[in-house]
Design a protein around this ligand. Structure first.
Ligand SMILES: [Zn+2]
Length: 280
């Protein structure tokens, strides 16, 4: 079970779950991917799926189940597709839309239990312990303080798709970090994440895919970044209003300065990042 531990001042919280020490791939046993079709029995029972077939059997396009090694309770895994390697930049827009609809469905199913966070870790550099692309949904009890950034003002726009804008906020903690949100000039500016309509889901799918494709090109064209494999994290902070999707490329490491001061170092100016992303 997760154990929330606070420092003596009660301003900082951490969470511990000793069961995670022996996660799949870390226990020294021969590895078979629990997220690949045919290996459904290696995961907890399925919560829901997109696609054909019986529960806990192949035939799915997207599959959801409880995390076997949860950080929080509940904590679910959403496997993006049956393909062990293919991910967002390669999916059809329909598949991307199904993924976003799955986020919304699980958000609605779990939102009464606490604060919902939906995130995706891509690549070992991002902290992912399994390669097969997947997202996760975690629920933090309401009483545990979280330090998620509030939505940052739109500046340095990279792209607009329908009513969505991607941009590099002035306060960017990571090089080339890119946020996606609803254009505040549009008539859906106050729309909640879980109330998006079909057209908006499609537009969000397009701008998310396009942003990941751009970031992958930046990574591949920079000799320093590309010494390490491409990786990123994104998360959705759904909230009531003013939700956003924040993509954090992992082109650089955090080090002693950040760990000791809590002040992030990012030497890639947000305006320059935006210009470079716009050119792609
Ligand atoms: Zn796999």
């Amino acid at each position: 079970m997760p154990n929330y531990i606070s420092d003596f001042s009660k301003t900082h919280f951490m969470v511990s779950n000793p069961a995670r020490v022996t996660r799949t791939g870390m226990d020294g046993k021969p590895f078979r991917c629990p997220f690949c079709p045919g290996n459904e029995s290696d995961t907890p029972p399925e919560v829901c799926r997109v696609g054909e077939g019986e529960a806990n059997k192949p035939g799915w396009k997207i599959r959801v189940f409880a995390n076997l090694f949860p950080i929080t309770e509940p904590h679910e895994v959403i496997v993006h597709s049956p393909d062990h390697e293919k991910n967002i930049e390669d999916f059809s827009i329909d598949h991307m839309s199904d993924l976003i609809k799955t986020y919304i469905a699980r958000y609605n199913a779990l939102k009464e239990k606490g604060k919902v966070f939906i995130f995706h870790n891509y690549g070992l550099i991002s902290g992912a312990s399994l390669v097969h692309p997947h997202s996760q949904i975690t629920i933090i009890p309401q009483e545990i303080p979280t330090r998620t950034l509030p939505i940052q003002p739109v500046i340095n726009t990279v792209e607009q798709v329908g009513e969505f804008i991607s941009y590099c906020p002035e306060y960017s903690e990571w090089g080339f970090e890119t946020w996606i949100t609803i254009d505040q000039k549009s008539n859906i500016k106050d729309q909640r994440f879980d109330q998006m309509e079909e057209k908006q889901i499609q537009d969000l799918a397009k701008i998310l895919q396009s942003t990941i494709q751009k970031l992958k090109k930046i990574h591949g064209s920079n000799p320093h970044y590309s010494k390490k494999p491409f990786g990123y994290n994104y998360y959705i902070s759904p909230g009531e209003k003013n939700w956003y999707l924040r993509i954090i490329p992992r082109f650089m490491e955090r080090a002693g300065f950040e760990l000791s001061t809590g002040i992030m170092v990012n030497s890639v100016e947000a305006s320059r990042a935006s210009e470079e992303l716009k050119k792609i």
